[in-house]
Design a protein around this ligand. Structure first.
Ligand SMILES: [Zn+2]
Length: 544
């Protein structure tokens, strides 16, 4: 990924950095410092893979909660719920909530959306099952009762701003809550994990990511979790973390600066952990039809047909959104504003806010990141020139299955325009959004390179990237997007972060035999090595 030196045949590490490149110089460096030489036997070393957008602590929690992503029918969903309820009962935890996640109605015959009856196996125990995108959840009667008890008996009678409560023919909640309805009514009721459980989740997440070849992440976290569960574990990190703060309880007086300062205060910025920016949500998701579109969703009419603007993007009494003052305040604090925008109207709102910030304050070195950019109107493509689109190829692979049904044929040219964005000068940083989908970067690379969705149907191949472009978005460009100057590239003086693959990513067949990760190094320390028969073991030096 170093344009001045695209390939080499040897590499030497010292004290967490790259000391020398080239077989001769690397061997000489090893000799003079008494280092060990490892022959990789023709395997290929690439810069350590970087996931530009995930939720590390939540991902660790997802490794601990009930995973419904493999339940491909109502029956499988229900039996998973029953089994987990039985386990909780057996463990002597009568009051514990049953927390599950990962469902997706696209997986079920007829695309039926779950309702509270699917959770019957939980009995009287409160049960919540999050949709894979975390923008909706289904809850049982015990939770609906708890919402009424906490938020008042009328809490479920009207949709909250930026949210939706699904109702049946008689007006009764079905148990499905979307966006703000899920976040504001349900999330606060779910008992939080203890600090020890969160720390366990953080460590589990680090180990898991290293096993996938990941050496650095852009992670979305709440400031309190960063302080209590992440920062104290920094000596055990396997991946570098560049955190974007999710806190967004903005004061009514519009003093964003104070809240931002409070969130970032006291976190030491170093090579392992730092705060890169702040997050704002402009809309929801395509899957939940809550992403904000310029034109109605296919087959919808009425007030819901365009999806939703949420939070700072909701107009105030004077009809103004608060995105632009927020964005300027984040940049003024020396951080990178990150805006969740999936619908083409939300992407346009993000671009408008960046334009306004640039116009009022001049060019700013803090990259404004548009997260997801899953649909972009053709008129807005040129507006991405020199700007960051932080995208998730595996989201394309999941959403492709229902994109036509959501968008209709005339708008499919707006869906995940990787190559069109690049052609217009956008900078692409790739990631996963784990735990919404798998953080396995090989799966993401494959989706970006082949255009295949998770049913192996090719979707919009004209937007495919070549392996080098896709790898750049997972390494050198993701690093630049996250302000990690010394990562994402194998160059003398850069971090000794690298991923060893069993085959050449530029020469392999990405459809049939994509590469497998054999080993991962972060700061010169081996953080993962495949087991024998697991893609091939590698004898590697001890950590030094
Ligand atoms: Zn996310």
């Amino acid at each position: 990924m170093d344009e001045a030196r695209p390939t080499t045949d040897g590499i030497a590490f010292e004290r967490g950095r790259i000391l020398a490149l080239g077989d001769g110089p690397a061997r000489a460096a090893a000799r003079s410092s008494g280092g060990r030489v490892v022959d990789l036997g023709g395997r290929v070393v690439v810069p350590g893979l970087i996931d530009g957008h995930l939720h590390l602590e939540l991902g660790g929690q997802a490794l601990l909660r009930l995973d419904l992503s493999k339940a491909r029918s109502r029956g499988a969903f229900e039996s998973a719920i029953r089994e987990r309820a039985a386990t909780l009962a057996r463990d002597g935890r009568p009051d514990a909530w049953l927390v599950a996640g990962g469902w997706n109605e696209d997986d079920y015959p007829g695309r039926t959306t779950p309702d509270r009856t699917w959770l019957a196996g939980a009995g009287d125990r409160p049960a919540v099952a999050w949709r894979m995108d975390h923008h909706a959840c289904v809850v049982n009667d015990a939770v609906l009762d708890a919402i009424r008890a906490t938020h008042g008996s009328a809490a479920l009678e009207h949709d909250p701003d930026g949210g939706r409560i699904e109702r049946d023919g008689s007006g009764r909640p079905t148990g499905l809550l979307q966006e703000a309805a899920a976040w504001r009514l349900v999330s606060p009721l779910v008992p939080s994990p203890t600090i020890d459980e969160r720390r366990e989740a953080v460590l589990l997440a680090h180990r898991y990511l290293a096993s996938l070849g990941v050496t650095a992440v852009g992670s979305m976290e709440y400031a309190s979790i960063l302080r209590e569960a992440i920062e104290p574990m920094r000596n055990a990190f396997d991946v570098r973390m560049r955190v974007t703060i999710l806190d967004r309880d903005w004061p009514a007086d519009g003093r964003f600066d104070r809240t931002i300062a409070a969130c970032i205060e006291g976190i030491r910025q170093d090579e392992l952990l730092g705060i890169v920016g702040m997050k704002a949500f402009i809309d929801g998701t395509l899957g939940s039809r809550t992403a904000r579109m310029l034109e109605p969703y296919e087959g919808l009419s009425g007030s819901d047909a365009l999806g939703l603007f949420v939070e700072l993007a909701l107009p105030d009494e004077r009809g103004r959104s608060h995105l632009e003052p927020w964005l300027r305040a984040v940049r003024a604090a020396g951080r990178s504003p990150s805006m969740h925008a999936i619908g083409d109207a939300a992407v346009r709102a993000a671009l408008d806010a960046i334009d306004a910030s640039d116009r009022l304050d001049g060019p700013n070195p803090q990259p404004a990141r548009i997260e997801h950019a899953q649909t972009v109107h053709p008129d807005d493509l040129p507006r991405f020139k020199g700007r960051w689109a932080s995208m998730q190829p595996l989201h394309k692979a999941f959403d492709a299955r229902s994109a036509l049904e959501r968008l209709g044929p005339k708008r499919m040219d707006r869906f995940f325009p990787f190559r069109s964005l690049k052609r217009h000068g956008a900078r692409l940083a790739f990631g996963s959004d784990w735990p919404i989908v798998s953080p396995d970067p090989i799966l993401g690379l494959r989706a970006a390179i082949t255009g295949r969705d998770i049913d192996e149907v090719v979707c919009r191949p004209e937007e495919n990237l070549d392996p080098r472009e896709a790898l750049a978005a997972y390494t050198v460009d993701a690093a630049a997007c996250l302000g990690l100057a010394d990562a994402g590239v194998l160059r003398e003086g850069a971090f000794a972060d690298c991923t060893v693959l069993d085959r050449d990513p530029y020469g392999c067949d990405w459809v049939r035999t994509p590469p497998a990760v054999v080993a991962t190094f972060m700061g010169g320390r081996r953080t993962y090595a495949a087991e024998e028969g697991d893609g091939g073991a590698m004898s590697a030096p001890s950590a030094r």
